[in-house]
Write a protein that binds this ligand. Structure first.
Ligand code: SF4
Ligand code: SF4
Ligand code: SF4
Length: 262
């Protein structure tokens, strides 16, 4: 049987998505079904961008080198999957996007030291190349990783989720900590798939799976509670930007909650 060639590549990231992929329970079975051509977490002999059927790309574009590598990867891949919040949404490193210049951010972290990387403001990879599929999360969920790989092995495609964390939170039987305690939970505006992990541990969602597609029906009914609970537009905006700084519908989401008032 012909094994699909798969590449797993990292731009600027913590390598957590690769680690998650490398440690899924069925990684040995997956390794028998596909041919990993490049995967730094599994082999330091990996090289950048040989020709592959499927490329998983972790990390945001945060340096000129990232950008060059991303274009190389795209050129050598039939299917390109953005793997994880950094790649899909720009990640936490995008939080300050638009509020501070990248040169100021760089100076805050590195001072006047010279480093071997020309910095860019962190951006999702879709700002630079065509992305075929998005696998969100920080890091992505194991069952979704397996679903994506299975879909490609069967020659079909993974369907995106278009409903929010709230729906999974209700199915998990959690009390709503937003409604009952006024906690700033972003479940109403965050894409589902984690089975409401944080809320199930009594921690409000900070939106690591990225903003839910605009106009999803659950959004209006629950997100309006932010305002009713006395949360300001700026505080909600700051939380939504942790993982959603590049979301084009962000201000529209806020307008829906706050009626367009700032
Ligand atoms: S999405 Fe999260 S786990 Fe994955 S590389 Fe970025 S910070 Fe790390
Ligand atoms: S707002 Fe948060 S706690 Fe309430 S249902 Fe949605 S995800 Fe669950
Ligand atoms: S509850 Fe929110 S922050 Fe927690 S894993 Fe799910 S999407 Fe991420």
């Amino acid at each position: 049987m012909c094994k699909p060639k798969v590449g797993v590549y990292a731009l600027t990231s913590c390598y957590g998505c690769q680690l998650k992929l490398a440690t899924v329970s069925k990684i040995l079975e997956i390794s028998e079904a596909v041919s990993f051509e490049s995967f730094y977490m599994l082999s330091s002999a990996s090289t950048m961008a040989p020709d592959v059927e499927v490329a998983f790309v972790e990390g945001s574009v945060s340096t000129e080198k990232d950008l060059e590598e991303l274009h190389e990867i795209r050129k050598h891949s039939k299917i390109l999957v953005a793997l994880g919040a950094c790649s899909v949404n720009g990640g936490v490193q995008s939080w300050a996007e638009g509020d501070k210049k990248v040169s100021d951010l760089h100076a805050t972290v590195y001072g006047t030291s010279k480093i071997d990387a020309a910095p860019l403001q962190a951006t999702p990879i879709s700002k630079h190349v065509k992305v075929d599929y998005y696998l969100p999360g920080c890091p992505p969920e194991e069952d979704e990783i397996l679903y994506f790989i299975s879909a490609f092995l069967f020659g079909t495609f993974p369907e995106p989720k278009d409903f929010p964390v709230c729906s999974e939170c209700r199915m998990a039987g959690n009390p709503c900590i937003l409604i009952e305690r006024g906690e700033p939970c972003l479940g109403p505006v965050t894409t589902a798939g984690c089975k409401a992990r944080c809320i199930s541990h009594d921690v409000p969602c900070i939106g690591c799976r990225g903003p839910v597609p605009h106009n999803t029906s659950w959004f209006d009914s629950l997100a309006s509670v932010f305002k009713a609970k006395g949360m300001s537009r700026e505080s909600v905006r700051a939380r939504m930007r942790i993982f959603g700084a590049h979301e084009p519908n962000l201000e529209g989401h806020l307008d829906k909650i706050y009626g367009g008032t700032k």
